[in-house]
Design a protein around this ligand. Sequence first.
Ligand code: PMP
Ligand code: GLN
Length: 392
Amino acid sequence: MAAGDAYLTRRLRPFTTTIFATMSELAAATGSVNLGQGFPDTDGPDELREVAVAAIREGRNQYPPSAGIPELRRAVAAHQRAWYGLELDPDTEVLVTVGATEAIAATLLALCEPGDEVVMFEPSYDSYAACAAMAGAVPRLVRLHPPDWSFDADELAAAAAGPRARLLLLNSPHNPTGKVFSPDELGQVAALCAAHDLLAVTDEVYEHLVFDGSHVPLATLPGMRDRTVTISSGGKTFSFTGWKVGWVCAAPALVSAVRAAKQFLTYTSPAPFQLAIAHGLGYAPPVLRGFAAELAAKRDLLCDGLAALGYDVFRPAATYFATTDIAAVAPGTGARDFCLALPERCGVVAIPSSVFYDPADPAAGATLVRWAFCKRDPVLHDALARLASWEP
Ligand code: PMP
Ligand code: GLN
């Protein structure tokens, strides 16, 4: 136990400082190019900034309703209808949260009893295991295998059939791998949820950052609309990760349950940013597709550059992130040691993907490294030049 953990409950001891905070601090301390934490280095549309500024000037500065301001709830419902054909009542089936992070926490706290199992794919975004732990629930992990991040259907079926399995948490498009689950895979997930009466929780924060294929919400599959809690947020779609406006869409009884937890976590989310994101959700599809197209070019720049340097690259279909296997460029080195040494050696920060795997299995993801490409082109070129200067 580290000295700073003396007061931390046992259930939270595995979750002291997130890898994103650690690596961003290291980037700042060493003047490194930060390809670690997933945030863009340019803001989203000026127009949305102006909506937030105007809202502050116009006095939208007191507590908004706990469920979220009506403008945003209506905009989320209209977005789900326009993009996916999902009909939602903005008053009873949409809940605004402080980013997807709070939505995930409130959902697991609201829906899991201590000892319940949460079926999820591994590698998985770091907050899932931490939030499951806060709820007293237990992750039941199903491995995704490179290069295409496929899973074993029997392994998933066995996890879903567990006597304590309560819900299945699906992240598509997926962090850290950039995988977009295929219609066939979504069908398997849906069939298992129905067969074992599991709730589904989906994290769709990268829904608009898809380069290959298209995003299909699990809630659109037959039988899934009323057993799925769909989570998303505006941070990634609009390049304002610091605004922390997220939302939950689900049937009224599920939204009521999540709202009960949410109201005692934060009660409500900042009003001016809710208005700005409501405005952005009304953008025509070509505008949002334009954001993804810009990012796809960055994906190619970074992936081609890393491949030219000898990295084994798993080119993502979506998200901010590319994964590489470092075994060929740094034989015998683990991802964590590699990433901790990289800033000093050549001034670049990346994330060891091993942190997205069960710590009880140290071999899992041991040579995988995640690189964020949501950066200006000169920054990506600079990072590649720095990496080229590194000699093992
Ligand atoms: N889920 C995933 C998969 C993420 O990558 C992130 C980080 N953006 C979040 C949730 C958290 O989203 P937010 O910033 O809206 O809380
Ligand atoms: N989602 C971001 C990432 O995966 C990080 C968000 C955070 O710092 N918690 O890099």
